[in-house]
Structures are given as structure tokens and as C-alpha cells.
Design a protein around this ligand. Structure first.
Ligand code: HT7
Ligand code: ZN
Length: 872
């Protein structure tokens, strides 16, 4: 397969002024007629090259009304070339495609009997021939014809300008989008769907009709999405002055979807997982996720659609920025600190490993084989951290000035990450020259921090060194510019007053904002009456790792006193990690396991104070996951990590038993509600349940399940039961769950996932059995991710069983899925690629499976790219 390089970018040779598409939707074979006006942009490129799926059936092609002779066209691979194209002309192309057989879920396909599209990144080329690149923007008019009884709803982008009957049971609709857009934002839906409608009045007084389409029986579950949409629309007006720009905003929920959702102009298409939510089928986390994704796709209307990407290397231009915007939106809805903790956990759990592994790439990659493989946590979440750092460096108002200038300069254009940074610089008179390295260098920077206290002068020095690790293809790294938020805390737990006398930094409402620019940085503070305890990297102000000389007592002091909630949580997690790593060593050495009374005391204090912010206490008391503990080790000690974690939980359960029992009682509400306070109490109640189960108390979980009146509680009980010793209770609960929710796909996904996550020794056997369950299908990405994804990426203990059976199971699934849906297969295979992190036996078994995949005939370029890079 061919590698595409950023350095080879060339502006398009032809512009497309407008395109009219006519879809004749049929059960077998859909015809698409495209009429486009094409205008030359560059004198020295005589040929017009269009992208198109090699399988697509080209029925006819005319230029200015005349069929093109065979000699003027050539077709090779994904490209159709029209030789000696005049300076301008009208091209009419008719193709036939087979949406009914499209299991890749890219282009036009069928989901639940309805037609829908997914064109990002390069799906439009499966629908018709077109210059399928984001810098070719055009005006779309779309006519859809279909059977009226089977497909009463016909939707595309923009405004519906015509509709009517055609006879023979067929009807049509014509949609016109007044905004120029790239083909990746094109969308079409035709189906039998119900609709939930509402409206929103923009701050300038325009009325926007809002519609959420879903299966009729699911409409009652769409209200939360609708409310979230309206909140997001208002937020974007208030925070960025950005208004919605059309009179209609449609969302369609489909159950077969490769990713979360898609921001097609005025016709978002969503995975049902991110639209449907009611307390019976969705957990509190699901509610938050729906709200976040609804907001994310809405925010794309400006950051992505009005201003789009010049090429796919610039993907973080829209994704990093839009993730930052949705994170901030969510932070404003409930608890800012808990949102930050969750976002950092995600970054550490998924992006840090990616950045340290064989697929490490900068947020603006230099090359790719398959662009779908670059919708990564690096481009999205590290990309958002990079935007967050600019936000921190420039301040709220400076960042807003930069955004305003960005839209002023680039509305209606396809631009680069550099254009974005330039707008931030120019609006603020700032120099982000060194900062731009974040776009180009991969790898998580490592900070090593030492401090020095001089009693006689009252001076305190922080010495911060940075290094950026080598990553594939990048051996030389330059130091980066990053904001480092620091607090200095006195013995009474209060912030200390000080003067910064050496090093670059400014006072900040959350402490000191230090600038790190060099490999070696020194900061000196004077005017301190006693040695401060440093609160480092408050709010996780830069996406880095830290090795600091803080001792355990200092960290526990911060756990109790830091005014920055993120730093408090971080200090507590640090002590837990340190404890767990000691326990792992002791397990391996067969030595007695000791947790340390100081940690128990700190946890007791947390539980005593838990009432004031139960969700925060729940976060503090949630132990780091097994995979994250593994990341802290040179070689992942799969079994010892599991034992160490169970032991720590057991000790904290017993030592604090009375608190757990009290909190479980006190946090139980009789009436269910979704207010932030009620969700917060539920979070702590369900953490208490985990600790009570660690006492060997099966009864509480059984009753918890029986009495639960919402999915959050029900799932919490199942999570405990699936790992517990009471097999009868577990089987009964799982059987009840299945019967209760058989008709609810999203709930049944949870049923599959929970069983795959069990730490029981026979979990792989269960997963194999479930693979043959009548409700399982390799064609549905949600189901696949629920069963196979959960097992391989969420169950370190059982997936990495030293027998290698977990690896063999995954590679077999990947092989089969690759024939149907390469994009999803390439994501499923990821848990196999970090073989170098494991002992030689496991590493060898993982490589063996990867090698076997590489030898599969007809392997997709999606899977090939991931697997081959992991074996380099
Ligand atoms: N921009 C959307 C990306 C997306 C996507 C990409 C490739 C293949 C399928 C896809 N579905 C959605 C989603 C987003 O970031 O908002
Ligand atoms: Zn996005």
C-alpha cells in the first residue's frame, strides 16, 4: 500500500463550483447521477483526476452533454482520469452502487433497514466520482427518490426546497445547502423514522427547527439529546459568540456506525449510543457522554464546517479544537474538576500508551497509509490538550480574540493548523514559534523535578528538566514550550505568598504560571517563611509525565490540603500507585503485603469529609486501573498487578468498613433523579458498593440489583456480581437483565461487555460462547466493541493470559471482521500491538498472531498499516 506524505501536498488543479446529485434508491442497486461544474485552477495540469471506489460501476460519463470517448478516460485503482479537460465544463456521471451490501459502513449503506451515509474521511468516493479531498468545497443540491412506504423520511444537507410524489409508490425530496462544503460533510438519510421536534431561538432572534430522528419506539429516549443540543447552542453563543447559521438542524440516530457521530452540515448522523438516553437503559456516564457528543458535533458547525481542514494531516485543526470546546462545555454543566479528572484519565489510559508505542505520531502526522487510522486519541485528545495550553498561555480573553480572528480570516476556507496558531499569535501579539513544536513532535514529554529550600535566605528553587522521548521516525527532539501551573503550600495548608525572582512566570489566580521552554529550567522564589510543599502541574496544565522528588508524606499532605482539586486527586492517586507498585513487588517476591497506615488514614479523612462533594470522594477512592498500573512498569506484571489491586481494595474495605456501610446508607436516595447532586451521590454509593463487596458481602450487591430502578445502579451491581463468588446470584442477575432488556440494543451491549470484563478464570470461554450468541454479530460495531473490544482492551488479566489464547481469539476475530469492515478491524487489533511491554513469552505469542495477520490474503490497508508498523 502507498504512503501519503504531508510534504507532497499540492493545491487542487480543479475547483467544483456546484454539484447536483440525484439518488434513485432501490433495494438492489442504487443509481447516482452527478452533474458538476468544474473549473481549472492551475494551467499546468491538463487532466482532471477524480476519486472513486474501484468496485463502483461507472454507467456513463458526459462532458458538456456529450459522452466522453473511451480514449479520454482512464481508470486505475481509486482514480478516474479525464484527459485534456477544458478550462471549465459540466460533467455528468452516472454510477450504480450497492448500499445494501456495504458492510464497511463508509459511503452509502443500510442500517436497520434505512439508508444512511458516512463520508468522512473518504466515503464520498464510494458514492460517486469526485475530487474527494477537504480543500475542494462546493455547493450541493441533492434529489432523493425512493419508495414512499419504506422510506417516508428523505433527508440531506441544508434546506428542503421541493418534495412530492412520483407515482408507483415512490416519492422525492430536493435539498439545497447554501454553504460550500467538502464532500466529507455530505449526508443523506432515507428511512422509516420517527421524529422529536423542538426549536431554538438564536440570540439574534432567528428560529431554528430542531429535529431528532430515530426509530419511533426510541423517541422518548431522545429528550436528553434535544435538551443538550439547546444548551450547547446557547453556550456557543455565550462563550464564543457563535450562532447557528441555518433554519434547520437535523440529527439522525443509527445503530450501525463505525464511530460516535458525524457532523455533516445540518444533518448530523449519530451512533444511537450517543443519542438515546433514559434512566432505564443509560447510566449517568452515558447521559454525560450523550451530552458531550451532541455538543461536540454541534460545535463542529463552526470549528470544522465553516472553517474546515486543507488536508487530512490537519485533522487536529478541527478535532483537537472541537474536543477542547466540548470538554469546556461539559465542565460548565456540572463539576469542572471532575470533568478534568475524567479527561486526564482518558488521556493517560489511551493517548499516553499510543504516544509511547509503535504508532506514536504527532497531532499533525507527517504521513499515513490509511487516514481512518489517524482518528486517534493523539489527534483528538492530545490535540485538545495543545489547544488548552494555548488557552492557558493566552488567557480566556486572549484565546477568544484569537478565535474571533481565526473566523474573521478563514470563514468558508479550508486551512491548516499553522493558520490557527497564526491567528492566536496575531490577535495577541504573541510568539508561539516554539509552541508549534507540539504539532510536529510526537511523544509525551517527561519532566524531572527537584527542589531546594534554603532556610537562611527563605529562598525556594524548583529545577525542572524536560526531555521528549524518541518515537518512530523521530530520534532528535527539541525542547517544547509549555505552561506549568504551580502552587506553593505552607504548613498550615494555605497558599504561600512569594516573589518569583528567577525564571519565567507570572502570578495566576490558581498559583504561578511558569513557562517551561528549555531542557533545563530553574525558578527561584523568595520571601517564604518556611519550606513550601509544591503543588505541581495544577489542573494538568500540560500533557506530560512527571518524576518529582516529593515524598509520600508531602503527597498525603497535598491530598488533604491542596486547593486545586485536580492536584489533590493526583497526589492521592500517586500514593496509591506507589503503594500498588510496592505490593506488586511483594507479590512477585512472595513477601508479606503491607499497605501503610498513612494511606488508610488519608482515605479515612476523605470518607469523613465525603458529604460535601461525594463524586469527588468517589474519584479519590477509585483505585488506578490495572492497565494504568502496568504502564508504570518496565514489564507489565499481569497477574501480580491484579493481586496487588485486589489486596489494596480489600485492606481499604476492611479498615474503613464502618465508613463504607454508613456512606452506602447515606448516599442512597429513595427518589431517582438526574441532578448533579443526585448523580454525585450515586457515584459514591456505587464506589461504596465495590468496597462492601470486597468484604465478601454478596448480599448487598444482590439486593442492590433487585432494588435498582435505574441503569447506573443496576450496572454497578452487575459489575460486582460478575466478579463475585456467588455464582447463582450472578447467573440470576444476568438472566434477569437479558430478559428485561432483550429489545434494547444498547443495554444488551452492556450485558456482553460486563461478561467480557469479568476477572473469572473462565472469561475467555464465556466470551467464545457469547460470540455464538444469537444476539451477537460481527457486522455491528457496537456489539463487536462490547464483547471483543471490552475483553481485549479492558480485561488485562484475562486477555493477556500467558497461554496466548486471548491473543489467538482476537486475531481470529480481526481476520473475519477485516473482510467486512476494515476500519473497525483496525481498531480492534490495537491491544495486540504493544508486545514490547510484556515478558518474552507473552510478547512472542502476540507477535506470532500479528505475523499471522500480516500473512492473511487480501488484508485491508487499514489493518496492514497498524500491524506492519507494530512489527517494525
Ligand atoms: N468527525 C467525525 C469523524 C468520524 C469518522 C471518521 C472516519 C470514519 C467514520 C467516522 N465517523 C465519524 C466525528 C467527530 O469527530 O466528530
Ligand atoms: Zn469531531
Amino acid at each position: 500500500p502507498q504512503t501519503i506524505f504531508l510534504k507532497d501536498y499540492e493545491a487542487p488543479a480543479f475547483a467544483v463550483e456546484s454539484i447536483a446529485l440525484c439518488f434513485d434508491l432501490r433495494e438492489k442497486g442504487t443509481r447516482v447521477l452527478s452533474t458538476m461544474t468544474v473549473v481549472r485552477q492551475s494551467e499546468n495540469m491538463p487532466n482532471l483526476v477524480l476519486d472513486g471506489d474501484p468496485q463502483m460501476d461507472l454507467l456513463s460519463i458526459k462532458l458538456d452533454g456529450t459522452p466522453l470517448p473511451a480514449g479520454r478516460i482512464s481508470r486505475a485503482g481509486e482514480q478516474l482520469t479525464i484527459k485534456d479537460m477544458p478550462a471549465s465544463g459540466v460533467l455528468e456521471i452516472e454510477v450504480e452502487i450497492e448500499p445494501q451490501n456495504n458492510a464497511r459502513l463508509e459511503g452509502l449503506y443500510k442500517s436497520g433497514g434505512n439508508f444512511c451515509t458516512q463520508c468522512e474521511a473518504q466515503g464520498f468516493r464510494n458514492i460517486t466520482f469526485f475530487p474527494d479531498r477537504p480543500d475542494v468545497m462546493t455547493r450541493f443540491t441533492v434529489r432523493i427518490e425512493a419508495d414512499k412506504a419504506a422510506y417516508p423520511v428523505l433527508l440531506s444537507n441544508g434546506n428542503r426546497i421541493e418534495q412530492g410524489d412520483l407515482g408507483a409508490g415512490r416519492h422525492f425530496a430536493v435539498w439545497e445547502d447554501p454553504f460550500k462544503k467538502p464532500a466529507y460533510l455530505f449526508a443523506l438519510v432515507a428511512g422509516d423514522l420517527g421524529v422529536l421536534s423542538d426549536q431554538f431561538t438564536t440570540r439574534s432572534g432567528r428560529t431554528v427547527a430542531l429535529h431528532i430522528y430515530a426509530k419511533a419506539r426510541d423517541l422518548p429516549k431522545c429528550q436528553h439529546a434535544m435538551d443538550s443540543l439547546k444548551r450547547a447552542m446557547r453556550w456557543d453563543e455565550e462563550v464564543y459568540g457563535l450562532e447557528y447559521d441555518l433554519d434547520i438542524y437535523n440529527i439522525v440516530a443509527v445503530s450501525d456506525f463505525n464511530m460516535g457521530a458525524m457532523e455533516n452540515k445540518s444533518l448530523n448522523i449519530f451512533n444511537t449510543k450517543y443519542v438515546l438516553a433514559d434512566p432505564q437503559i443509560a447510566t449517568d456516564t452515558d447521559f454525560d457522554n450523550v451530552e458531550g457528543v451532541i455538543a461536540h458535533e454541534y460545535f463542529h458547525n463552526w470549528t470544522g464546517n465553516r472553517v474546515t481542514c486543507r488536508d487530512w494531516f490537519q485533522l487536529s485543526l478541527k478535532e483537537g479544537l472541537t474536543v477542547f470546546r466540548d470538554q469546556e462545555y461539559s465542565a460548565d454543566q456540572a463539576s469542572r474538576s471532575i470533568k478534568r479528572i475524567h479527561d486526564v484519565k482518558t488521556l493517560r489510559a489511551f493517548q499516553f500508551p499510543e504516544d509511547a508505542g509503535p504508532l506514536a505520531h504527532p497531532i499533525r502526522p507527517d504521513s499515513y497509509i490509511e487516514i481512518n487510522n489517524f482518528y486517534t486519541v493523539t489527534v483528538y485528545n492530545k490535540g485538545a490538550e495543545v489547544i488548552r495550553m494555548m488557552h492557558r498561555l493566552l488567557g480566556v480573553e486572549g484565546f477568544r480574540r484569537g478565535m474571533d480572528l481565526y473566523f474573521q480570516r478563514h470563514d468558508g476556507q479550508a486551512v491548516t493548523c499553522d493558520d490557527f496558531v497564526a491567528a492566536m499569535e496575531d490577535a495577541n501579539g504573541a510568539d508561539l514559534g516554539q509552541f508549534r513544536l507540539w504539532y510536529a513532535q510526537a511523544g509525551t514529554p517527561e519532566l524531572t523535578i527537584e527542589d531546594h529550600w534554603e532556610e537562611s535566605t527563605g529562598r525556594y528553587e524548583l529545577h525542572i528538566k524536560q526531555s521528549v522521548p524518541q518515537t518512530p521516525g523521530q530520534t532528535e527532539k527539541a525542547p517544547m514550550h509549555m505552561p506549568f501551573l504551580l502552587g506553593l503550600i505552607g504548613p498550615n495548608g494555605q497558599e504561600m505568598d512569594a516573589e518569583l525572582v528567577a525564571g519565567e512566570g507570572t502570578r495566576h489566580d490558581a498559583g504561578w504560571l511558569l513557562h517551561i521552554r528549555q531542557s533545563d529550567n530553574r525558578y527561584q522564589f523568595s520571601g517564604l517563611g518556611s519550606r513550601p510543599i509544591p503543588s505541581l502541574l495544577r489542573g494538568f496544565s500540560a500533557p506530560v509525565t512527571i518524576k518529582a522528588s516529593l515524598n509520600r508524606a508531602d503527597k498525603l499532605f497535598l491530598t488533604a490540603h491542596d486547593s486545586d482539586p485536580f492536584a489533590r486527586w493526583e497526589a492521592c492517586q500517586d500514593v496509591m500507585i506507589e503503594t500498588l507498585l510496592d505490593l506488586v513487588k511483594a507479590v512477585d517476591a512472595g513477601q508479606p503485603l503491607d499497605v501503610g497506615q498513612d494511606l488508610i488514614d488519608a482515605c479515612e479523612k476523605i470518607l469523613e469529609d465525603a458529604q460535601s462533594d461525594p463524586a469527588f470522594a468517589a474519584e479519590l477512592m477509585t483505585l488506578p486501573g490495572e492497565a494504568y498500573i502496568g504502564q508504570m512498569m518496565d514489564v507489565v506484571a499481569v497477574d501480580a498487578i491484579h493481586h496487588a489491586r485486589i489486596h489494596l481494595r480489600h485492606v481499604l474495605a476492611h479498615a474503613l468498613e464502618s465508613h463504607w456501610r454508613r456512606l452506602y446508607r447515606e448516599m442512597t436516595d429513595t427518589v431517582f433523579g438526574l441532578s448533579p447532586e443526585q448523580k454525585s451521590r450515586r457515584a459514591l454509593k456505587n464506589v461504596a458498593l465495590i468496597y462492601l463487596a470486597a468484604l465478601g458481602d454478596n448480599e448487598t450487591a444482590r439486593t442492590h440489583y433487585a432494588q435498582s430502578n435505574n441503569m447506573t445502579d443496576r450496572l454497578a451491581a452487575l459489575q460486582v456480581l460478575v466478579n463475585g463468588s456467588d455464582d447463582a446470584a450472578r447467573d440470576a442477575a444476568f438472566a434477569d437483565f437479558y430478559d428485561r432488556f432483550e429489545m434494547e440494543d444498547l443495554a444488551i451491549d452492556k450485558w456482553f461487555a460486563l461478561q467480557a470484563l469479568s476477572d473469572k478464570p473462565d472469561t475467555l470461554k464465556t466470551v467464545r460462547t457469547l460470540r455464538n450468541h444469537s444476539a451477537f454479530s460481527l457486522r455491528n460495531p457496537n456489539r463487536l466493541r462490547a464483547l471483543v473490544g471490552s475483553f481485549a482492551s479492558g480485561n488485562q488479566l484475562r486477555f493477556h493470559a500467558v497461554s496466548g489464547e486471548g491473543y489467538a481469539f482476537l486475531s481470529d476475530i480481526v481476520k473475519h471482521v477485516d473482510q467486512l469492515n476494515p476500519q473497525t478491524a483496525a481498531r480492534l487489533v490495537l491491544p495486540l500491538i504493544r508486545h514490547e511491554r510484556y515478558d518474552p513469552v507473552r510478547a512472542g505469542l502476540m507477535r506470532k498472531q500479528l505475523q499471522a495477520l500480516l500473512n492473511v490474503d487480501g488484508l485491508s490497508k487499514d489493518v496492514y498499516e497498524i500491524v506492519s508498523k507494530s512489527l517494525m
